[in-house]
Design a protein around this ligand. Structure first.
Ligand code: B16
Ligand code: MG
Length: 222
C-alpha cells in the first residue's frame, strides 16, 4: 500500500547522509588550537547537530577562554573557509552506506522526504552528492533561529510538508538532534552508538540496517 502522504521522513545531513562530521571536527580542531585547546573527539560529539555559532561558544567553554566580538567572528569565518575547502571533493561516492537505497525506496513508496539540518552549507552538499531531487523540502541553518536540541528545524519541515509531528520520522546521528526530534513529538531514529542518545525510539549502527522490511514497518507501509 502506498503512503498517501500519511507519514514523512526527515533526514539530518551531516553524519546521516554523508560523513561531513569529520570535516567539521578537523576545521574546529584547527580553530581550537589557535587558542591553545586540543579539541577531543568526546567534546566534538557535543558539537554534532549544533549551529556554527553555538559550536564556537561550546568550544570556548571547553577551553575556558573568551574571545572579543571581532576574534569570535574571525574564527567563524576561518572555520567555514577551512570546512568548505575540505568538502570540495565530496561527491556521490560519499553517500553513507544504505542511504541511496533508502531514499529510492521511500520515494517509490510515496513517502515525502525533508532535510532537517543545522548546516548553512546543506544545499551545496546535497547538490555535490547528487540527491537534491529526493527532497521535497529543505530546512537548514539558513531557515532557523534556534539550534538543535530546539525542535524548530524539524517542526518547520513537518509544517512545510503538511504532515503532523506524530507522523514524522526523523533520522539523526547527534545527541542534540534526537532530543530535538523527541521534543517535536516525532519518531526519533538514532544512527550510531546507543550510548550517545537519550531514549531514541530506535537506534541502528548505520543505514544498512534500515532494510526495505524495516522501513516498511517504521512507515506502516503494509
Ligand atoms: P555549518 P547537521 C550540523 O549539521 C553539524 O552536525 C554541526 O557539526 C555543524 O556545526 C552545523 O551543522 C552547522 O554547520 O557550519 O555548515 O553551517 O548534522 O544538523 O546536518
Ligand atoms: Mg548530524
Amino acid at each position: 500500500m502506498k503512503n498517501e502522504r500519511k507519514y514523512c521522513a526527515i533526514f539530518d545531513l551531516d553524519g546521516v547522509i554523508v560523513d561531513t562530521a569529520k570535516y567539521h571536527y578537523l576545521a574546529w580542531k584547527k580553530i581550537a588550537a589557535t587558542f591553545g585547546h586540543d579539541l577531543t573527539e568526546q567534546e566534538n560529539e557535543q558539537l554534532k547537530g549544533v549551529s556554527r555559532v553555538d559550536s564556537l561558544h561550546l568550544i570556548l567553554g571547553f577551553a575556558q577562554t573568551r574571545l572579543d566580538a571581532e576574534a569570535f567572528a574571525h574564527c567563524l569565518t576561518q572555520k567555514n573557509e577551512d570546512y568548505l575547502q575540505f568538502i570540495t571533493t565530496v561527491n556521490s561516492k560519499d553517500l553513507l552506506s544504505g542511504i541511496a537505497e533508502a531514499l529510492t525506496f521511500l520515494k517509490a513508496q510515496g513517502i515525502p522526504i525533508a532535510l532537517g539540518s543545522a548546516s548553512k552549507n546543506a544545499q551545496v552538499i546535497l547538490d555535490q552528492l547528487g540527491v537534491t531531487s529526493y527532497f521535497e523540502v529543505i530546512v537548514d541553518g539558513n531557515n532557523v533561529q534556534k539550534s538543535k536540541p530546539d525542535p524548530e528545524v524539524f517542526v518547520k519541515g513537518s509544517e512545510a510538508l503538511g504532515i503532523s509531528p506524530q507522523h514524522c520520522v526523523v533520522f539523526e546521528d547527534s545527541t542534540a538532534g534526537i532530543q530535538a526530534a523527541k521534543a517535536a513529538g516525532m519518531t526519533a531514529i538514532a544512527l550510531g552508538d546507543p550510548s550517545n542518545f537519550d531514549q531514541p525510539d530506535y537506534c541502528f549502527p548505520d543505514f544498512t540496517y534500515l532494510s526495505e522490511d524495516v522501513l516498511t514497518k517504521i512507515f506502516h507501509l503494509s
